[in-house]
Ligand binder design. Structure first.
Ligand code: ZN
Ligand code: ZN
Ligand code: FE
Length: 754
């Protein structure tokens, strides 16, 4: 007997080839009916026997196209319409709906071959894309995702493109970004004075890269500075011009083989590199890699990606195997993405501009991920990940805008049952970043048809983001920074019982007005209780001490040895004392410009500086990253430490610091000392969690905070906790650093309001 069903798929179901996929599957199973995009959803009307329809559903739910993601399926029996054959209907615009905004997809293998083919109409055409790949989010003005609503709108399809666009079996059927040499965007190469460079743009650009030049290249979510990754002089010049002396630069390799030449690569890392998100993956660099050390000074890790557009693909040949590709911005300004801004801001750095006439509507940086024990950890959420929402366990009664943190900012929107975390926006260091922040909030609001009725923000009284939120005149929920880190882990893992939260972080405003960051909490989504923390030390010179790691070294040495530390015969001690330490310490004693901190980030800074590894953070996290880089892989040794149990558990590092100094004086290797320090910290977490478990009967630990980007620490802590019988939760697609704060604020506020 013939039956009919109406099916609604919610999630990432548009712009990823779902309709042609449905069409082909329906034909395969001999079914009739139709499918269409409706608002952000995909709707299907399907007719046939019960059995056929079941097979069809099984297939479309499980074999979903690349890039698609189903969040919710609704299926109901409807009246048989006796539809003839199967067709794809025009998109239906509808306001009241959950909406999936698509993310930008890296170029697929088939489009790569099309570009390389000599007789294809896509041969050597850098904007080749299909339903499985190409820009989405950064070119879409509004829903639904149709060509008229994208920046491809000005490009009228030629006859051949139109034919492909309209053929249901074709890979480019309803591919909104379809275009070719005849009808699509074109590349141009400009000198830094905006005059046209003659000749074939991409070939000339390639020649320039070979000759040591720096080119600003317009990609998917913005501009990159690009130069030859094997050219030490070019890299040095780029660093000098960009005033970025130490922060590691990302490298784009020609192919996987070239990656393997320079880096160790696990299967999971390889899968991530090749995934449609095409993120930057942090890999361990091989010792014999001949890349200049100017790329990642002092580090054994390298940020690596593969070409993700036709433009990138065409830059490589037998002479160019690797390019440095770093965000096109100057000093602390946001990523340049509009042509005029780029030509103005980047011209003192770039020798030439490789640009095109397809507009980028919103900037979106490359995503950065690292792989930990086979799972992905997103460190910077950008292209490929934003703005894909996270599904919550229940519908939120309120629509919430969470403002995020002032560093590594993202914001988060909760509407119904979905939480959208924005792309990485950056540090709120200047007006331009704040302008971008507001612009993106507006853009998301328009795309999602979203108006907040509750604002969530950090407790910090001076956060610019909190102020911006409070100015909106809506009810405000303030969420403590480290509580937000923990709720981000809980909601991401769909875990809603109370947890022991361990937050190791740089800076976060505590309820007592001091700077927190080495915290043990007991947390639910709604509430938290601080049950333990690192023994506090002063931050000499306040904010300055977050940059000048040697100041924290002084504070910790002073705490461990008292004034006598000045007699210790170490280079680092001489360095600290010669920097007018007596004067600095005097003002600490008088409580001038000095707050106390329990920050784990500052502890890493202190140890790194005491060991003479890094005295000053030229970029955030430098001292800690370099300390991790030298850590010996395995030694079971640990330093002594103290844990005192009173009203609060306090972890005391004075014996640890003394142990480190003793080892340094007896000329033990830095590899060994760093390894011992990591082991010590891990043991402290395990011991402290056991103490809390015994008194509070909790067996689940959530780990978060930027310090857990340290893979050595995370591996030791997570492994040790599991061996002690704990269930361990960590962040995955939500960053454990401050990029995840907005999500944590949003879910906590939702829970408090519901
Ligand atoms: Zn493709
Ligand atoms: Zn065309
Ligand atoms: Fe934080």
């Amino acid at each position: 007997m013939k039956k009919a069903y109406g099916i609604k798929l919610q999630g990432i179901v548009q712009g990823v080839g779902y309709r042609p996929f449905i069409y082909n599957t329906a034909l395969k199973y001999g079914l009739s009916g139709y499918t269409a995009n409706k608002g952000g959803d995909l709707v299907i009307h399907i007719e046939g026997t019960e059995e056929q329809i079941e097979d069809f559903c099984e297939f479309i739910y499980t074999k979903i196209p690349i890039g698609a993601e189903i969040h919710c399926i609704e299926k109901a029996e409807v009246e048989v319409e006796d539809a003839e054959g199967f067709r794809i209907n025009q998109s239906i615009e509808e306001k009241e709906t959950s909406i999936g905004i698509q993310t930008d997809l890296g170029i697929c293998d088939q489009c790569k071959s099309d570009i390389r083919e000599t007789i294809s109409r896509y041969s050597n055409y850098p904007f080749t894309s299909c339903v499985n790949c190409g820009p989405r989010f950064t070119v879409t003005r509004k829903q639904p995702y149709d060509r008229v609503n994208t920046t491809m709108e000005p490009f009228n399809m030629c006859e051949e493109c139109k034919k492909e666009y309209e053929s249901p079996g074709n890979r480019r059927y309803h591919a909104q970004t379809i275009c070719c040499t005849k009808c699509g965007p074109k590349l141009r190469l400009l000198n830094s004075d905006r005059s046209e460079v003659s000749g074939e743009s991409i070939i000339t650009a390639k020649e320039m890269i070979k000759n040591g030049k720096i080119i600003a290249i317009k990609g998917i979510g913005g501009y990159h500075f690009v130069c030859n990754a094997l050219d030490k002089d070019a890299i040095t010049r780029l660093r000098e011009l960009k005033k970025r002396r130490y922060k590691p630069l990302a490298v784009m390799f020609k192919d996987i083989e070239k990656v393997k030449t320079h880096c160790y690569l696990s299967q999971h890392e390889l899968n991530q590199l090749k995934s449609i998100q095409k993120p930057i993956v942090i890999l361990e660099q091989k010792k014999h890699s001949n890349l200049p050390e100017e790329i990642n000074p002092g580090l054994n890790k390298l940020g690596v990606m593969l070409p993700y557009t036709g433009i990138h693909l065409m830059l490589f040949d037998q002479d160019i195997e690797a390019i440095v590709a770093t965000s096109g911005n100057t000093s602390s300004l946001p990523l340049a993405y509009r042509d005029n801004d780029a030509l103005g801001q980047l011209c003192s750095i770039a020798d030439a501009f490789l640009i095109h006439d397809r507009d980028i509507l919103v900037p979106c940086d490359d995503s950065v991920i690292s792989v930990f024990k086979g799972t992905t950890q997103v460190i910077r959420r950008g292209r490929g990940y934003a703005p894909i929402p996270t599904r919550l366990s229940e519908k939120s009664r309120h629509t919430i805008l969470a403002c995020g943190a002032d560093l590594k900012n993202t914001f988060c929107i909760i509407k119904d049952q979905l939480a959208y975390v924005s792309q990485h926006i950056g540090d709120m260091a200047n007006l331009q970043t704040m302008k971008l922040y507001k612009k993106l909030i507006k853009h998301y609001s328009d795309m999602l048809d979203f108006r907040p009725d509750v604002i969530a923000c950090d407790l910090h009284p001076d956060y610019l983001t909190s102020r911006a939120g409070q100015e909106m005149g809506l009810p405000v929920v303030k969420v403590q920074h480290h509580h937000a880190h923990i709720t981000s882990v809980m909601a991401e893992n769909n875990y809603y019982e109370d947890v022991i939260g361990v937050v190791f972080d740089g800076t976060g405003f505590g309820t007592d007005g001091t700077v927190w960051g080495g915290e043990f909490l007991i947390a639910s989504l709604k509430n938290y209780e601080r049950v333990g923390h690192f023994r506090q030390v002063p931050m000499p010179g306040g904010e300055k001490s977050a940059v000048e790691a040697w100041r924290m070294a002084g504070a910790y040495l002073q705490d461990s040895f008292g004034d006598n530390f000045k007699n210790i015969n170490l280079d680092s001690v001489k360095y600290i004392v010669s920097n007018e330490w007596p004067l600095i310490w005097n003002s600490v004693k008088q409580k001038l410009n000095c707050i106390n901190t329990s920050s784990a980030g500052r502890l890493f800074d202190a140890v790194s500086a005491i060991m003479g590894i890094c005295y000053v953070n030229n970029y955030e996290g430098q001292a800690a990253m370099e300390l991790e880089s030298v850590a010996l892989e395995e030694n079971g040794e640990k330093y002594a430490y103290g844990i005192s149990i009173g009203n609060l558990i306090v972890v005391d590092f004075r014996e640890t610091i003394k142990g480190i100094v003793t080892d340094l004086l007896s000329k033990k290797s830095k590899r060994c000392i760093s390894g011992k320090f990591h082991n010590t910290l891990s043991q402290i977490v395990i011991d402290t969690c056991c103490i809390i478990r015994d008194s509070r009967m909790l067996n689940t630990v959530a780990l978060s905070g930027g310090v857990f980007q340290n893979k050595r620490l995370l591996a030791n802590v997570a492994g040790g906790l599991k061996r002690s019988g704990f269930k361990v939760l960590t962040n995955r697609t939500i960053p454990c650093n401050d990029g995840g704060i907005s999500f944590g604020q949003a879910v906590s506020a939702a829970s408090q309001q519901n």
